[in-house]
Design a protein around this ligand. Structure first.
Ligand SMILES: *Cc1c(COP(=O)(O)O)cnc(C)c1O
Length: 369
């Protein structure tokens, strides 16, 4: 059997950029607490996405949690959240003792359906915040979503954990909302082994998030606290990895796009295969190449065939409103996200894949037809 092919795994730069920054932290004994790598990583990421300020944190989940706090979301508040996403989008709503209302996707973007969102605003005019996700690096329809949030005067948070390097009409995803978050978890397009970033044009709120993330220590000689604190900061070693990875982000996007085009050429013509949507206003990072199947070959056939060849693949996210933990919360929409889950396949999109690996993958799949 061939070597394991992964869905998406860490890929350090050939040039060794990450080690240079990490070594600098070691050489100066400045591995913690904060330091130059953290400060520079924040500046470099903010510049890349076009936001005024950024706070480097220990995870994307922590970044979402602080975004909700910064937005003033608290007990019994309602937050609109896409149903088709990873649970980390929804969990921080519960951390704040607030309630999610799950919103369906549309087939045009696979992301939050603006019509369902409008319907949700009618049903819950008291809503406190909206979280939008850019799934698999495909951007949501931001013009419509931003307009609806403005019209209802509600805070917009963008979960751009999967969309670093994705642009909507030339503007980077994560920079449309009042707050945006990114993740550097091991499976994301670039990784620090684990970490996250909160971005915003509101420098004051970002400063506040840094304060919360370092145990809410008031400025006093002794330990003084007037607010609940968290231990959510990124370490200076981890930030060094991030600075190195950011240098190869464009390269990683190009490779992801190559992988997507390879699959589309080889598999796009098979009966019942439909690739993830492409919209003229979207410049995706192609984090995970995904397709749906409507013919005789079912996703389970693909998963099993690939697994028997030591190749990783996955279903599309199981919607939150179908999860036992979130069952009690309301859902607005039809069956779009449910159908995407039933019919969807995420193909291995690891940037270390060779052409041979891609051939091995598509040949295994084609045998099913
Ligand atoms: C990965 C991910 C997160 C969480 O990021 P972590 O850094 O792993 O906490 C949140 N939302 C989405 C959509 C993700 O894919």
């Amino acid at each position: 059997m061939g070597d394991r092919i992964f869905l998406s795994s860490p890929h350090m730069s050939d040039e060794g950029y990450e080690m240079e920054y990490v070594k600098e932290a070691f050489d100066t004994n400045w591995i913690a607490p904060l330091g130059e790598n953290v400060n520079e990583f924040e500046k470099e990421l903010a510049a890349k996405v076009g936001s005024k300020a950024a706070a480097a944190l220990s995870s994307g989940t922590g970044a979402l949690h602080l975004a909700l706090r910064a937005a003033g979301v608290g007990e019994s508040d309602i937050v609109f959240c896409p149903t088709l996403t990873f649970s980390a989008t929804a969990n921080p709503i519960i951390y704040q003792d607030a309630s999610p209302v799950f919103i369906d996707s549309d087939y045009e973007t696979w992301n939050m359906c603006p019509n369902a969102l409008e319907e949700a605003f009618e049903k819950y005019p008291e809503v406190k915040a909206v979280i939008v996700v850019h799934l698999y690096g495909l951007s949501a329809d931001m013009d419509k979503i931003v307009e609806l949030c403005k019209k209802h005067n509600v805070v917009l948070i963008e979960d751009a954990a999967e969309s670093l390097g994705t642009y909507y009409k030339g503007q980077h995803t994560g920079s449309f909302g009042d707050y945006g978050i990114f993740s550097f978890n091991g499976n994301k397009i670039i990784t620090t082994s684990g970490g996250g970033m909160l971005v915003s044009n509101n420098e004051e709120r970002i400063a506040k998030a840094r304060f919360w993330a370092t145990q809410s220590r008031d400025s006093a000689r002794h330990y003084q606290h007037s607010e609940l604190g968290f231990n959510y900061r990124m370490s200076n070693v981890v930030a060094g990895i991030g600075r190195g990875q950011l240098k190869v982000l464009d390269k990683r996007v190009n490779k992801k796009k190559y992988i997507y085009e390879f699959y589309k050429n080889e598999l796009g013509g098979l009966e019942g295969v439909q690739f993830m949507p492409s919209n003229e206003w979207d410049e995706p990072n192609y984090w995970l190449s995904s397709m749906t199947l409507s013919g005789e070959v079912r996703p389970i056939d693909v998963f099993e065939a690939l697994e028997s060849e030591n190749i990783e693949s996955r279903p599309i996210w199981k919607p939150m409103h179908m999860q036992p933990f979130f069952e009690e919360y309301d859902f607005i929409g039809t069956d779009v996200s449910e159908k995407l889950f039933e019919n969807g396949v995420c193909l291995p999109s690891d940037t270390k894949m060779t052409d041979d690996d891609l051939e091995r993958t598509v040949n295994t799949i084609k045998m099913l037809w």
